[in-house]
Design a protein around this ligand. Structure first.
Ligand SMILES: Cc1ncc(COP(=O)(O)O)c(C=O)c1O
Length: 444
C-alpha cells in the first residue's frame, strides 16, 4: 500500500524519512492508530490538545455551529465570535480591550507586532525577542524567533527585530549562579537593548512569560522584572501565550502567576484556545491599546480569521476548562509530575536538569556529563540513543515530546492519573536501558 509519504509533504520533517503513526481517532489522552494500537499522548501532540482528543463538548459545539452557521466573513458579525471575545477579555481582566482573531499562533504574533507598532506610533519600531525562542514559521515569525534551525532563511534585522540572550539558568549566558539572578539579568539585557537602540525606536518586546517552546523555562524573577523594564521605558510588552496558556502552566494565562505585576499590554493565544479541535488564534489587547487604534484603519486579516466554527469550539473549550476544573488539575498534577521527574533526575545522570513545575509542562535536558553539563547532543541536533529511546517508547505505546537534547512532558490536562504513572515508570525504565548509570552498563 502506498504510504502517506508518497503524496504529502509533512511539516517539520525530512520527506524521505517520514515514518510517523497514522491516527484514526482518540479519547482523552489516548490516540487510536490505524494499525489498531493505542498511543498515550504525553505531549498533547504539539502542546496543543490540552483537553485531550475528541472532547465530546468540543465535537458537539462544532456540530451544532455547523448546523446553524458555518462561515461569515471576518469583517461581519457572528454571535460565537462576539461571545468568545467577551469571555477572553473577562477571563484575562482586559475589560475594555479588544480581541483580534487569527488562524493560529504565527499570525497572532505577526498581528500583535503590527498592532503594537501602530498603537505605539513608532512606525516601523523595533521588536526585541529572545535567542532560542520560537514564535511561528511564517517569514516574520522566523525573524521574531531566535531559532538557529531557520535563522538562515530570513534577515531578522530587515524585519526590525533584535534578539537578546535568554534567561536560560542551567547555562546562564550572563554567568549567573542562581536562577533568580539569571532571570533578573535576562530582564536587564532587554533594558540594555532598549537603551542602546533608544526607547523611542523600540515598539515592543515579544516573549514567552514562562514555558519556552524551545525548552527554556524562564525563572520566576524574569517576567515581573521584564514588565518593569518595559513599562519604565514606555515600550509595549507582548506575551506569547500560544503554548503556555489554558492551564499548561497552571493558570489560564501564564503571566497571571505574577498577578497584576505580570500583566502584559498584549497577549497572543492559539493551541489550547480550542483544545486544537479546530484552528484559531487570538490577539488580546488592553483598553489603552484599543483606544489608540480604534479610529485608524487596521489593514490586516485573513479570510478565515475568527471562523464561527472555531469560535464555537473556543467557547466550548473555555466551558470545559472551567467546569472540569482543569486549570487547578494541571497545577496539582503538574506539581506531582515535577516531583516524580526530579526523583528520576536523582537516579539518572543523563538528566542534567528538570524544568517546569507550574502545571503539566516539564522539560528534561539530557546531558553527556552531569558535572560539566556537556549536552547529550549539540542544540538542535538529537543523538541516536535519544532517538532510539523515543522509538522504544512509541513501540511501548507512549509518545513523548522531544526537541534536540530535550524531552518535553506535557500531556493533556485530562490525563488519567494511572496513565501518567504508567508513562513515568516507562520513562524510568527506558532511561535506565538507553542511558545506564556508570557501573550499570550491560556487560557484552
Ligand atoms: C510559543 C509559540 N508561539 C507561536 C507558535 C506558533 O503557533 P502556530 O503553529 O499555531 O502558528 C508556537 C507553536 O508551536 C509556539 O509554541
Amino acid at each position: 500500500m502506498p504510504s502517506e509519504r508518497d503524496s504529502v509533504l509533512h511539516s517539520w520533517c525530512v520527506p524521505a524519512d517520514w515514518n510517523a503513526p497514522t491516527v484514526v481517532g482518540g479519547r482523552g489522552a489516548k490516540l487510536s492508530l490505524e494499525d489498531g494500537r493505542e498511543l498515550l499522548d504525553m505531549s498533547s501532540l504539539v502542546e496543543c490538545s490540552n483537553l485531550g482528543h475528541q472532547h465530546p463538548r468540543l465535537v458537539a459545539a462544532i456540530q451544532k455551529q455547523a448546523g446553524e452557521l458555518s462561515f461569515v466573513t471576518a469583517a461581519w458579525g457572528a454571535a460565537p465570535r462576539k461571545a468568545l471575545a467577551e469571555r477572553l477579555l473577562e477571563l484575562s481582566g482586559f475589560e475594555g480591550g479588544l480581541v483580534f482573531f487569527t488562524l493560529g499562533g504565527a499570525d497572532a504574533n505577526e498581528n500583535a507586532v503590527r498592532i503594537a507598532r501602530q498603537a505605539s506610533g513608532k512606525g516601523h519600531g523595533l521588536v526585541i525577542t529572545r535567542d532560542r525562542s520560537y514564535h511561528g514559521a511564517s517569514y516574520m515569525d522566523m525573524a521574531l524567533s531566535g531559532d538557529s534551525r531557520t535563522a538562515h532563511q530570513v534577515d531578522a534585522n530587515a524585519w526590525g527585530v533584535r534578539h537578546v540572550p535568554p534567561p536560560y539558568s542551567y547555562r546562564c549566558p550572563f554567568g549567573s549562579q542562581s536562577p533568580h539572578d539569571c532571570g533578573l539579568k535576562g530582564a536587564a539585557a532587554v533594558a540594555d537593548c532598549i537603551e542602546m537602540e533608544g526607547a523611542g525606536r523600540v515598539a515592543a518586546v515579544l516573549m514567552e512569560p514562562n514555558a519556552g517552546s524551545n525548552g527554556i523555562v524562564a525563572p520566576d524573577s524574569f517576567w515581573p522584572a521584564l514588565r518593569d523594564a518595559t513599562q519604565e521605558r514606555d515600550v509595549l510588552l507582548i506575551a506569547d501565550e500560544v503554548m503556555s496558556a489554558f492551564g499548561r502552566c497552571g493558570e489560564w494565562f501564564a503571566w497571571q502567576r505574577h498577578g497584576e505585576q505580570g500583566r502584559p499590554d498584549i497577549m497572543t493565544l492559539a493551541k489550547g484556545l480550542t483544545g486544537a479541535a479546530v484552528p484559531l488564534g487570538a490577539v488580546v489587547m488592553s483598553a489603552a491599546i484599543a483606544r489608540r487604534i480604534e479610529h485608524e484603519m487596521f489593514y490586516s486579516g485573513l479570510t478565515y480569521c475568527g471562523h464561527p466554527l472555531s469560535c464555537a469550539a473556543g467557547l466550548a473549550a473555555l466551558d470545559a476548562y472551567r467546569d472540569e476544573k482543569l486549570i487547578e488539575r494541571s497545577r496539582t498534577l503538574g506539581a506531582r509530575l515535577f516531583g516524580e521527574l526530579q526523583e528520576l533526575h536523582s537516579r539518572h545522570p543523563v538528566i542534567g536538569e528538570v524544568r517546569g513545575g507550574h502545571g503539566l509542562f516539564a522539560v528534561l535536558e539530557l546531558v553527556a556529563d552531569p558535572v560539566t553539563r556537556a549536552p547529550l547532543s549539540p542544540w538542535p541536533q538529537q543523538s541516536e540513543p535519544q532517538r532510539a529511546m523515543l522509538r522504544a517508547a512509541l513501540d511501548a505505546g507512549v509518545s513523548f515530546g522531544s526537541r534536540g537534547n530535550l524531552l518535553i512532558v506535557a500531556p493533556p490536562l485530562v490525563i488519567e492519573e494511572s496513565d501518567l504513572a504508567t508513562a513515568i515508570s516507562l520513562l524510568d525504565r527506558l532511561l535506565g536501558r538507553f542511558f545506564p548509570a556508570p557501573g550499570m552498563e550491560k556487560k557484552p
